[in-house]
Design a protein around this ligand. Sequence first.
Ligand code: ARG
Length: 459
Amino acid sequence: MSEKLWDGRFTQSTDKLVEKFTSSIDVDKRLYAYDIEGSIAHCTMLAEVSVITDKERDVLIAGLNQIKTEIEQGQFIYDDSLEDIHMHIESRLFQITGKTAHKLHTARSRNDQVALDIRMYLREETRHIVSALNELRKILVSLAENNITTVLPGYTHLQRAQPVLLSHHLMAYYEMFTRDQQRFEDCLKRINVMPLGSAALAGTTYPIDRHFTAKLLDFPIVSSNSMDSVADRDFAVEFLSSASLCMIHFSRLSEELILWSSSEFSFIEISDAFTTGSSIMPQKKNPDVCEIVRGKTGRVFGDLMALLTLMKSLPMAYNRDMQEDKEPLFDGADTLKMCIEVYIRMLPNIRFKHDVMEQAASKGFLNATDMADYLVNKGLPFRQAHSAAGRTVSYAILNKKEIHELSIKELQSFSELISEDIFSFLTKEQMINRRKSFGGTGLDNVKAAIAKAKELLEL
Ligand code: ARG
C-alpha cells in the first residue's frame, strides 16, 4: 500500500473496498496533462512570491515534466490507494524529487486543483467543438449551394404542406448549428475562469498571486469567491445542456435522413461507406450511423441529468459527491465530438435524388394554400378563399387528381374568379419564388442567406 498523503490523523489503514470505492483514478487519469500544467504554473507562482525558492521550483518542474513523459510512454503505475490523478502525480513527484515534492501543495487543495483541471479540460473540448461545428456549418452551406433550386415537399405533422427549396431545408440546420456554436462560445466565457488559489474553500494565508497564475495558464479571469470556486459546476452543466441541445439537432437531422433514405421517401441515398448491411437480409442497406447518433442523444441527455441531479442540494462548498461529475462530463463531450465528426464525414456522402423530391413536391396538394392566395389576389377574403380551395381539394381527391390537373372548367366551378393564369400561378417555381417574405423559401432569400453565411464563415 502506498502511504497516503493525508494519513497524519489516521490510526487505521483504509479498508480495501473503500479504497476501490472512493478511487476515481480510472476516470480522472485523463486529466493528467492539465493537472501537470496547473502544478507547473502553481509552483512558478509560489517561487515568484518567494513561498518556495527558484531552485525548488526548478526541481518540481523537472519532476512534473518527467511524470508527464512517464504517463505518455505508458510507464506510470496507477494504484487505487492513491485515489485520484492529483495524488498519483504528487506521490510520484515525491519518489522523484524527495521532500521538495511536499512543498508543491502549499496554498492549494485538491478542491481548487480539480476545479482547475476540469475547467482546463473543458475549455479545450469546447474550443474543439466550436471549430468542429464551424466546419459542419461550412458543409451545410456548400450542400445548400449545390442544391440551390431543388424543390421538395415541406412537411408539418409529417404531412405534405407546401413546397420548399432543399437548400432552404438544409439552411434550417445551418441555423440550428450556428446557435449551437454560439452557445458553446458563450459557455466558454464562464468556463474560462481560474479557480486555483481558492484552496479548500476559504482562500489561503500565503501571499499568493492568483492573477499571475491565471496569466501563466492563459485565463482571462480569476474567480472572485473562494467558496463558489470550489463548489461551482454550473459551467459543466451549461456545457452539457449546450451539448444536449446540439444533440437534439443531430437527432432531428438523423431522423429525417433515416426517413428520407427509406423506400417510402427515397429522397436520398447515403453512400455505402456510411451505411451497414444486415446479417440475414441481403438487400438491406441501413442508415445505422444516423440511428446511432439518434440513440446517443438519449445518452447525452442522461449525462446532463446525472450532473444536474448530482449538484442539486449540495451544501457549500466542495463535497465528494462532485467527484462523480467527470464521467458524465467526459462521456457527453466525447459523444458529441464523435457525432459532429461522423456528420462532417457523412454529409458530403449523401446523394440527393432531385427527381424524386421534385415529383413528391408535385403531389399531395402542396399548392392548395397558393390556390387560396390566388383567389385573395383576385379580391376574395382569405377565409372564403381557403374554403373554396378546400372544396377543390376534396373534389380532386374524389377524382384522383391534383389541383393543377383539373380542367379550367372544373376549377371555375369553385370560383368564377379563376382564369387560365391559375396554372402558372400554381407551378412549384412560382410558389417558391412568391415566398419573398424575409426568411421565407423564395430563391432570392435563400441565395441571400447562403451569401450571408459564407461571409460569416469567411468562405
Ligand atoms: N478526486 C476529487 C474530485 O474529483 C478531488 C479531490 C477532493 N477530495 C477531497 N477529499 N477533498 O472531486
